[in-house]
Structure formats: C-alpha cells, structure tokens
Write a protein that binds this ligand. Structure first.
Ligand code: 9MG
Length: 295
C-alpha cells in the first residue's frame, strides 16, 4: 500500500490531460481507499455551503485547500440541486463556474468535474479544463448524452426521482434498490450506445434525491449490489439531511456522521466518495485501509 504524501499538489498542466476513469479507480484500489471527490459549490444557495464560495477568488482558494487535503477530483457546480432549489440559466451557470475552472486548472493539476445537467455548460466547462461530467439527471436533458459522447470525457450518472424543487415531497418506490439499479443500467446502456466507453461511466444511486430516509438506508445497505454491476459507484452522502433525520444535527455539525457514512459506502464497494470534508474523510479512509491491510 502506498502512503499519500500530504501537502504535495499535482502540478498544473498547460492543457487539460485526458482523465481516464478506469485507470483512476484502479489506482485508488491499489493504494487501498476510494477516490475522494471534493465538493465546490459556486452558488449562493447550496444546502451546506451556499454563498461561502460564491465569488471566484474564494472558490479557487477552497479548491486549492481541497486538493491540499487529498481530494482526487474537485467537483465544481454552479446550480444548487438541494430540495426546493430554483433553476438558473446556462449563462448564469457558466458565469459562475468557468472562471473558477480556468483558475483552478492554472494553479493545480487535480482533475475537475463539472456538476451540471446542461449540454452547453458541459461543453464550455470541458473546453475550459474540466475533465469529467457529473450529472444528477443522468444525461436526460436535451443534447447532454450526445455532448458527453462527443467530448470524450467520463461521466457520473446519478439517479433522481422527480426534480430538485419538489423531489422530497412524496418519494415513492415499490422496490427502491431494484428501481434505482434498473434506471442506472438503462442510462449506462444509452451512454454506451451513444459512444461513451463502458469503463468511463460511473453510477450513483443519488442519496437524498427523491428518497426518504428508509430509501436511502436501503440503498446504502445494498450498495454492493450496485457495485457488482461492473461500473464504479459514486456515493454522495456528505452532510445530507438523512443525517439530521437520524441524529438531529445542524448542517455544520454533520462531519463525524458524514465520515461514518463515507466509510460505510467504501466498505460496500463505493469507488468514489463525494464529500465536503476532505481532510477528515481521507484520514479515516487511510487508517481504515491500513487496518484492512494489516501492515
Ligand atoms: C451535485 N450533487 C449533489 N449531491 C450529489 C450526489 O449525491 N451525487 C452526485 N453525483 N452529485 C451530487
């Protein structure tokens, strides 16, 4: 097992190198813990850090902090997907994320993912330096599927029932694990048909996106079944309201519970963990990996 060298940032490159999801996941397996995707919301209204990094300078500093703490990927988003959030235009979203992607690319070599559902934002973000796409709508919006295939970048396909504005009003499933898995497989096959290579697709059950606490817990308990489909699985549990439903903690007091959930997801085969608290998560993952390796 390798030991991570804390504090050493990958060097920036002149242009964006291709990001190979399969190789990144394999590398993480070799070192003993999943890829850690640090969250950077460049929004005034995200549920956990809305407004904190809304100006480009603050956002870039935060990205560099996440990289320093051990993030393997930085996920930049310009539109909140929290329950009740309102939509923004492509222009607004680009005005938020593109300067940040550009500046982060110039200053550190950690791959950037663009958290968006809009084809135009995907294209412009990748042209600016993003290396992969993270879509909570699993490329169902107009032009998104063909855009990702044409850009030749990896993609995270997430499950969501409904739309952010209303998704938590009355989530309903007959069998949440079967339905989420079936949806994700269908979207993965649509991607492959459009030309996205099988090994450049990750699947995400979408914790908290049109799901009750019982749905979220069933999905987490059965995450291994999703991982066994043969695609890397991303788990995003960080600071989510399911924590408040279990132990009644305010958003900024959910770090310990978020780390526990990240470890639970890793133990069930998650290959990528999307988190706010990179330093705490990486510490916990590294120690767990050493215990498991026994050396
Ligand atoms: C943007 N975003 C917010 N929560 C998320 C989650 O759980 N997964 C992914 N892929 N993206 C998310």
């Amino acid at each position: 097992m390798s030991t991570a060298s804390e504090g050493a940032l990958p060097r920036p490159h002149g242009r964006c190198p291709a990001f190979d999801l399969r190789a990144a996941v394999a590398g993480a397996r070799t070192r003993g813990w999943p890829l850690v995707m640090g969250i950077l919301n460049v929004t005034p209204d995200s549920f956990s850090d809305g407004g904190r990094f809304a100006d480009a300078g603050g956002a870039v500093e935060q990205a560099l902090r996440l990289a320093q703490q051990g993030a393997d990927i930085i996920d930049v988003g310009g539109e909140s997907t929290r329950p009740g959030a309102m939509a923004v235009s492509e222009e607004q979203e680009c005005a938020r994320v593109l300067p940040v992607i550009d500046a982060v690319r110039a200053r550190c070599g950690v791959p950037i993912s663009i958290d968006t559902s809009k084809a135009g934002v995907m294209r412009r973000a990748v042209e600016t330096g993003a290396a992969l796409v993270n879509d909570v709508r699993a490329l169902r919006d107009a032009g998104a599927l063909d855009t990702v295939a044409a850009l030749g970048v990896p993609v995270v396909l997430m499950h969501m029932q409904g739309e952010p504005r209303t998704m938590q009003q009355a989530p309903r499933y007959d069998d949440v694990v079967r339905e989420v898995t079936g949806f994700l497989l269908e979207r993965a096959r649509a991607c492959e048909t459009a030309g996205v290579p099988h090994d450049q697709i990750a699947l995400d059950p979408g914790f908290g996106f049109g799901k009750t606490l019982a749905h979220n817990l069933a999905l987490l308990k059965n995450l291994r079944a999703l991982a066994d489909l043969g695609y890397p699985v991303l788990a995003g549990l960080s600071r989510k309201s399911m924590i408040a439903q279990m132990i009644d903690r305010a958003v900024d007091a959910r770090v310990h519970a978020s780390v526990a959930l990240a470890l639970a997801a890793a133990a069930r085969g998650a290959a990528i963990l999307r988190v706010h608290d990179v330093a705490a998560t990486v510490d916990a993952l590294r120690v767990t990996a050493r215990v498991q390796a026994g050396d």
